[in-house]
Design a protein around this ligand. Structure first.
Ligand code: AMP
Ligand code: MG
Length: 415
């Protein structure tokens, strides 16, 4: 019995509206740079030093004064040997060359490095230079990469593995980031069976294995959350209220899948309404129509609101609504400025002849010709389409696609 036909919300407005519910990012904490991958900076990071901190050689070879050399084959007196890690060294006088290695400091007076491949030592005392240098060649200048006091990474930036190396190059071992959102994860449905609880061949008629739990836990972790997996809720209002009522006390977000439509066995929305308030519940998108957002009070003074997000039960719908709504929400909760990867304009190597009234997100992957192929079965229960795909094509409502059209491609952005 689907009595109520509420108007459907547009995805972009729904996202904007749930993002606007975030009053301020989560509190900050200091973490080791080694543990900071995927974390969001809550303050600008400035460099206290120049990087590199001193002029150094980018080659194994010979440090020289370029004005001493006039023609190929000119010889210089070997005056010193400077290796990586050496400190103060002696000034290079006219007519001298210093044996030097990659990363070693350039001696005062030298203005170029000759690669060892184009120099010929003449015994221990002298070296002949076979190719004339350009002034400055093979020298990495102090501050060439980063200047002292420069903002290297801005507040709201989400740290990547490369950023961790960059922070370390500034001499930082700790960094200030937003704390991780605490997310309680539930699956709902009497039909669900946890993998491992029975042999796959013994699955009784009418039951299915719980798949959403696994990809949602992984997606949450990749979005920076700490996940409390609270298991399965049967299709009963009292048990749903009990489960959410307990979880809300100590979590920033409750995420559930299934039970969010308007069927008699769908108890998620009434439970949220009983414990707090429900803000939104249906989206004009395919897959993913039923989606709920709500709020409940916590018992934590520092984070008084527990946000509720209810995803559809169909696995593909759950996956897609997670990426388009939950992931940006979690990133914003951590104070991130960039919430999703950008859409790319790519060529469709497929036809999509049947338009839908709703905006569609179809599962596609790239082929060797630089175009996109579509998975043949786009049903919202077919998880193989997501596993096979490398991202989604955004098909506006009522639109067809013909081979060769340029389309908006959203690569999976959870890496
Ligand atoms: P619901 O939104 O609860 O009406 O569920 C819609 C469809 O998704 C039904 O076919 C459910 O059996 C299925 N479903 C719900 N939750 C899960 C889950 N955790 N894993 C796999 N399928 C699910
Ligand atoms: Mg259900």
């Amino acid at each position: 019995m689907n009595a109520i036909k509420a108007p459907l919300a547009e995805l972009d407005q729904a996202l904007e509206s749930i993002l606007s519910e975030i009053q301020s990012p989560l509190a900050s904490e200091w973490v080791d740079v080694l543990d900071a991958d995927g974390r969001v900076l809550c303050a600008d990071v400035r460099s206290e030093i120049n990087v590199p901190a001193f002029d150094n050689s980018s080659m194994d070879g010979w440090a020289v004064r370029s004005q001493d050399l006039h023609e190929p084959g000119d010889a210089l007196r070997i005056s010193q040997r400077i290796t990586a890690g050496d400190g103060l060294n002696r000034t290079l006088e006219p007519g001298e060359a210093a044996r030097i290695f990659t990363g070693a400091p350039i001696p005062i007076g030298a203005d170029a490095v000759i690669m060892q491949e184009v120099a010929k030592p003449l015994g221990e005392q002298r070296v002949s230079i076979e190719t004339l240098p350009r002034p400055g060649q093979w020298i990495r200048r102090a501050g060439e990469d980063i200047q002292k006091n420069q903002v290297v990474l801005a507040k709201g930036h989400r740290l990547s593995p490369a950023d961790l190396g960059l922070l370390a190059s500034l001499g930082l071992s700790k960094v200030q980031v937003s704390r991780k959102p605490r997310v309680a994860l539930f699956s709902t449905g009497n039909e669900l069976v946890q993998p491992g609880s029975i042999a796959p061949s013994e699955l009784p008629l009418g039951r299915i294995f719980n798949s959403n739990r696994y990809f949602l836990a992984a997606l949450l972790t990749r979005a920076g959350a700490t996940v409390t997996d609270l298991g399965l809720i049967p299709d009963r209002l009292d048990e749903t209220c009990q489960a959410f009522g307990d979880a809300r006390l100590s979590h920033d977000v409750i995420l559930s899948s299934g039970g969010v439509s308007v069927g008699e066995e769908d108890h998620v929305k009434p439970a949220v309404e009983a414990l707090g308030r429900l803000k939104l519940w249906a989206l004009s998108m395919k897959p993913g129509k039923p989606f709920a957002y709500g709020q409940m009070p916590t018992s934590v003074a520092e984070a008084p609101t527990c946000h509720f997000m209810g995803l559809p039960g169909n696995p593909v719908s759950s996956f897609v609504t997670f990426l388009l709504l939950v992931r940006p929400f979690l990133l914003r909760l951590q104070g991130a400025t960039q919430l999703e990867s950008s859409f790319l304009s790519m060529r469709a190597d497929f036809d999509w002849p049947k338009p839908d009234r709703r905006r569609e997100f179809i599962r596609v992957r790239m082929n060797d010709q630089g175009g996109l192929e579509v998975f043949p079965n786009q049903s919202s229960g077919v998880l193989t389409s997501v596993s096979w795909a490398q991202g989604l094509v955004d098909v506006p409502s009522g639109q067809v696609i013909a081979k060769g059209d340029m389309v908006r491609f959203l690569p999976w952005s959870f890496i």
